[in-house]
Design a protein around this ligand. Structure first.
Ligand code: FES
Length: 106
């Protein structure tokens, strides 16, 4: 298991035991964070799985593909490098200690 700290849109934080091989979005949803809507189910077409990655973690995650970048830049809550679509990040063992915050709903 991979420990990931998730902060919801109210500011409450909780550590989850994430499963490697699933997306970050799936792991957050599987741990009952209802404010991550993820309405497209991970098809990279909705931006409702937007999270902010804590400082120091951006370079340790897989790079954004163009589709992800375009969706994020269209979001009113886009915050540059820290913004990611959680459905586009597959969790692996190297992400132990990752901290993310769920972005406000667009
Ligand atoms: S769940 Fe729709 S873009 Fe991630």
């Amino acid at each position: 298991m991979v420990k990931i700290s998730v902060t919801d849109t109210s500011g409450a934080s909780r550590d989850i035991d994430a499963e490697a091989g699933l997306s970050l979005m799936e792991n957050i949803r599987n741990n009952d964070f209802d404010d991550l809507a993820a309405i497209c189910g991970g098809c990279c077409s909705c931006c409702t799985c937007h999270v902010y990655v804590a400082d120091g973690w951006m370079d340790k995650l897989p790079c954004r593909e163009d589709d992800e970048q375009y969706l994020l830049e269209d979001s009113p809550h886009y915050k540059g490098d820290s913004s990611r679509l959680s459905c586009q990040i597959e969790v692996d063992e190297g992400m132990d200690g990752l901290k993310v915050t769920i972005a406000p709903e667009s």
